[in-house]
Write a protein that binds this ligand. Structure first.
Ligand SMILES: NC(=O)c1ccc[n+]([C@@H]2O[C@H](COP(=O)([O-])OP(=O)(O)OC[C@H]3O[C@@H](n4cnc5c(N)ncnc54)[C@H](O)[C@@H]3O)[C@@H](O)[C@H]2O)c1
Ligand SMILES: O=c1ccn([C@@H]2O[C@H](COP(=O)(O)OP(=O)(O)O[C@H]3O[C@H](CO)[C@@H](O)[C@H](O)[C@H]3O)[C@@H](O)[C@H]2O)c(=O)[nH]1
Length: 457
């Protein structure tokens, strides 16, 4: 099928490459000319396992092209995916300006029937507004061309994006009579056939319910994490091991093990903004989302828990202290720094005068960029950060090690080397990678999240 993807970011690029891989002719549009140029030179602007090979293979076959030519992009695809960003605006609502700009472009240039698919995460009612925007453009041209608007939210996780797209848990498609009906439904069905071979994964529903399902999924996952983080903080006070509790409750199939890891808070481009946006939808309908308010507040606090543990241990004046930090990205297998908990920790430590040596396997370049922005008003603090090429290098002469991202490479370190390189054998583990008893046996003072701190004796 002929498909256009508008917006070639995480979601657009993965969607485009995966749809090309199963045989479609895909046109990826982006207004960021630099990004388009990189992609046309085979350079992938993000770190995502397997993406480079997938893009190269499909570019070589001619099934995947990148361009900033709006008119050509609208002409190309019978199906037009809108996969642009929906960042939070100043009130926490989803900023839909990029979605509507894409809709305007479609309305301005379309010359035949199109199925317009909202793939971006957008609040309930957005498909209706996208339809209105397209209709306005058509009316301005005196045109009555038929089109459909469909909601097809994306559930991929960064770091496992290709696997998630190729073998999704579910494909949610909102398609109803108001916006498109049977013709759009059969085109969407055909497009997703290759992803339904093993079993039917598509859930058909009305457009508004599909839009809501995306927020419901992210809000539920964020709630589980904040719930566990709140329990972990209490566990620390009452002398309970949150990891034992996680096993104890996760074994109940009604609860399950996923997304129950306590830590130093959730980050990323989705949970923080989507929780806020859903709260905002609640406010618009005079319906206070009390649980989600607590979820967001607990998470904000949680991002500071690791820093607070460090301050408790070393005092508020960190002027002569130096710390090693492992992990900068908001989670492993990505270089994404959006809302990463490491940013909150750095702010806490640097403002108190500490210096830090940081290491992340892939996010260093992106971290340098976002930290310039974070410390734009206090640029001198950036001089207190040293970016290292290896985890061991970061440990040299540090007073303690803090772990912020659960990269696999951090899971089984040589404890003797850690002890030899650190000035004091102290670890603050924001992702509970290690067992307190193993640390105690190794003579390391260990502070996890919700794991009774065992002091080095
Ligand atoms: N990142 C994820 O893991 C993920 C997963 C599921 C859903 N989502 C949702 O998908 C959407 C996209 O997220 P993302 O992380 O891919 O965003 P992104 O910021 O990585 O990419 C968006 C891209 O759209 C481009 N763009 C903006 N306006 C445009 C226009 N009018 N025409 C063409 N290109 C335009 C930008 O230049 C940018 O390259 C968001 O709504 C997000 O919430 C993201
Ligand atoms: O038990 C857990 C699981 C995750 N996290 C943290 O939660 C954040 C988000 O993790 P994850 O969900 O794996 O990453 P995302 O790539 O942001 O993916 C989420 O957001 C996407 C964008 O909407 C959705 O498509 C995905 O389904 C949804 O998992 C990260 O900071 C993790 O460290 C925890 O603290 N504890």
């Amino acid at each position: 099928m002929k498909v256009t993807i508008i917006g070639t970011g995480y979601v657009g690029l993965v969607t485009g490459a995966c749809l090309a891989e199963v045989g479609n002719e895909v046109f990826c549009l982006d207004l960021d000319q630099h990004k388009v140029d990189l992609l046309n030179h085979g350079v992938i602007p993000i770190h995502e396992a397997g993406l480079e090979e997938l893009v190269a293979r499909n570019r070589a076959s001619g099934r995947l092209i990148f361009s900033s030519d709006i008119a050509a992009s609208v002409e190309h695809g019978d199906i037009q995916f809108i996969a642009v960003g929906t960042p939070p605006d100043k009130d926490g609502a989803a900023d839909l300006q990029y979605v509507f700009a894409a809709a305007r472009h479609i309305g301005k240039y379309m010359d035949g029937y199109k199925v317009v698919v909202d793939k971006s995460t957008v609040p309930v009612g957005t498909a209706h507004r996208v339809r209105e925007v397209i209709l306005e453009q058509l009316a301005a041209r005196g045109s009555t061309i038929d089109f459909a608007v469909v909601s097809n939210p994306e559930f991929l996780k960064e770091g496992a994006a290709i696997e998630d797209f190729m073998r999704p848990d579910r494909i949610v498609i909102g398609c109803d009579e108001t916006f498109g009906g049977q013709r759009a439904r059969s085109m969407m069905k055909q497009l997703y056939l290759p992803f339904n071979r093993n079993r039917e994964r598509t859930f058909w529903m009305d457009v508004r319910s599909a839009e809501f399902t995306k927020y419901a999924a992210n809000a539920m996952l964020a709630t589980r994490i904040s719930f566990m983080n709140e329990l972990a903080n209490l566990a620390d006070k009452v002398g309970v091991d949150i990891e034992a509790v996680r096993h104890g409750i996760g074994s109940d199939p009604r609860i399950g093990y996923s997304f129950l890891y306590a830590g130093c808070g959730y980050g990323g481009s989705c949970f923080p903004k989507d929780v806020q946006a859903l709260r905002h939808t609640g406010a618009q309908y005079d319906h206070k989302m009390q649980i989600l308010q607590a979820v967001a507040e607990v998470n904000e606090r949680q991002k500071h828990v690791l820093g607070r543990k460090i301050i408790q241990r070393f005092g508020d004046d960190l002027g002569r202290r130096h710390f090693a930090i492992w992990g900068l990205a908001f989670k492993p297998n990505t270089d994404d720094m959006r809302y990463a908990p490491s940013r909150a920790l750095l702010r806490q430590l640097l403002k108190r005068g500490a210096s830090v040596a940081v290491y992340d396997p892939v996010a260093t370049k992106e971290a340098r960029r976002v930290l310039q922005e974070d410390f734009a008003e206090m640029p001198h603090l950036l001089e207190q950060i040293r970016f290292c090429d290896s985890a061991l290098q970061a440990l040299q002469d540090a007073d303690a090690l803090a772990i912020v991202t659960e990269w696999k490479a951090f899971r089984s370190p040589d404890l003797n080397q850690i002890k030899n390189l650190l000035k004091e054998p102290v670890i603050f583990d924001g992702r509970n990678l290690f067992e307190p008893w193993a640390m105690a046996n190794a003579g390391i003072e260990y502070h996890g999240i919700g794991r009774t701190a065992i002091k080095h004796t």
